[in-house]
Design a protein around this ligand. Structure first.
Ligand code: FAD
Length: 434
């Protein structure tokens, strides 16, 4: 128990594994604690892996990582009760030697990543929960207590990679717990079917894959999205909405998921599947304005615990891996310079995050979470219904002159939102998108 580590990493998710791997690779003495039975056991199944950010950590990951399908097509669906208006992007350029995005199954992937962490020499303890941060007389974090017997374990720096709930850091007063309007509750299930069925239904060759991102009436006017990811022999199907919206409306996540999978656009794609593995998890969605203090005397926070999530592009694990890697690089630099691990010196980590795509992307969309929250019924209910009606009128051939149809469509928009309303919505959206 008297052994002292350079770094203790709390959590073996994407951010924790990235931090532990890079720190151990650089020769630091690393202890990683994971409360789950094995890394990934607590993590929600099925997700998209962004290769570029993993390549910066494990360059040859394609050799043995458990990858499902590489993505060649992205479908965006704006949904009404009976329809979807879609935009699809499919390109053969994504059938490249080193594909850019893959679907993965997190429980398998996290286990693989953790194996790599061990190979680099880190000590990984599973079924071990860090229960408390230990501070020195000056208030600096100097170690952790766990639910195992024995005293505290000490380290120069503790990397908080504990995920969105981040109880350890919030209990220690390092940051607040995220507010209900800053986190989405997502539910997800796995639909198993033979791979040939998936390939036929989604028009796929071999290990190519498709993503569907769906928004509209499926979230019943709440800020939220549904998704379908194709794995080799299963589909990950899920939906998530802001926790505050669930509380206000009384809707339930499983009620939404049930309605989503029964939607006429989705039902044929899911037919005859064997549904398994329900899971529910929070996603940080507060964006730039929700990012807490990221460093202090003896500690840094990475990944979901730092609210690093780009809700617009649905990127989370790549921000987690990048912040984990940058934290380890910053710690290594401080160590190499033989400086103490004070807040002043660990501010280097924050500067590195600020310089990276992580903070730049969050900053770009800094007003988006508020817009989605305050305008949710317009954006997720009214407009999808208006667009669906306009598209139906455009496509249906019934002898009505086209000019009359167009005028009716404009009238429908104006009657529902008014000219000033339409103008205001366009300006608000453009501003938040900037
Ligand atoms: P986590 O992966 O949550 O890991 C935290 C780990 O810390 C857990 O293993 C937990 O058991 C452990 N832990 C917590 N507290 C303690 C403690 N006190 N002691 C010991 N261990 C502890 N991102 C994408 O990039 N692409 C996607 O397609 C995508 N889809 C998603 C779908 C859903 C339904 C959800 C919920 C999220 C999705 N995300 C996606 C987001 C992504 O999952 C997260 O951004 C990412 O997992 C964050 O990694 P992390 O390491 O910070 O946290």
């Amino acid at each position: 128990a008297d052994e002292k580590f350079d770094v203790i990493v709390i959590g073996a998710g994407m951010s924790g594994n990235a931090a532990a791997y890079v720190a151990a690779e650089k020769g630091l003495k690393v202890l990683q604690l994971e409360r789950g039975e094995y890394p990934g056991s607590k993590n929600v199944q099925g997700a998209i892996l962004y290769a570029d950010m993993l390549e910066k950590i494990v360059p040859d990951f394609r050799e043995d990582a458990p990858l499902e399908r590489h993505l060649v097509e992205q479908r965006f669906w704006m949904m009404s009760e009976t329809s979807h208006t879609g935009m699809h992007y499919r390109s053969d350029t994504f059938n490249e030697d080193k594909p850019n995005r893959y679907t993965i199954i997190r429980s398998q992937f996290d286990r693989w990543f953790s194996g790599k962490v061990r190979e680099k020499g880190a000590i990984v303890l599973t079924e071990t929960t860090a229960t408390e941060l230990v501070t020195g007389r000056d208030g600096a974090v100097i170690g952790v207590r766990t639910d195992r017997s024995g005293g505290p374990i000490y380290a120069d720096v503790v990397v908080l990679a504990e995920g969105v709930n981040g109880l350890l850091g919030s209990r220690a007063g390092l940051r607040e717990r995220p507010k209900a309007a800053q986190v989405a509750l997502a539910v997800k299930e796995m639909h198993f079917m033979p791979r040939e069925t998936i390939e036929a239904r989604f028009n796929l060759d071999g290990d190519a894959g498709v993503v569907i991102e769906a928004a509209g009436t499926i979230s019943k006017g709440m800020a939220g999205m549904g998704f379908v990811y194709t794995n080799k022999e299963s589909l990950s199907v899920g939906i998530g909405c802001l926790v505050s919206d669930f509380a206000e409306t009384g809707e339930t996540p499983y009620g939404l998921l049930d309605a989503f999978r029964r939607h006429p656009s989705l039902r044929p794609l899911l037919a005859d599947a064997e549904i398994k593995e329900y899971a529910a998890h929070l996603i940080p969605e507060g964006g730039y304005r929700a990012v807490p203090q990221l460093f202090g005397d003896g500690w840094v926070v990475v990944g979901d615990a730092g609210q690093f999530n780009n809700a617009i592009h649905r990127e989370g694990s790549n921000l987690a891996m990048t912040t984990g890697r940058l934290a380890a690089e910053a710690i290594f630099q401080v160590k190499t310079r033989r400086q103490p691990f004070t807040a002043e010196n660990l501010a280097l980590y924050k500067r590195m995050v600020d310089d990276s795509f992580v903070m730049k992307d969050l900053k770009k969309y800094k007003d988006m979470p508020r817009l989605l929250h305050t305008q949710s019924s317009n954006l997720f209910l009214t407009y999808p219904q208006l667009v669906s009606k306009a598209m139906e009128d455009f496509v249906r051939v019934d002898g009505t002159p086209k000019l009359e149809k167009e005028k009716a469509t404009v009238r429908n928009f104006v009657r529902t939102r008014s000219w000033t309303g339409l103008f205001g919505d366009a300006v608000r959206l453009a501003r938040a998108w900037r």
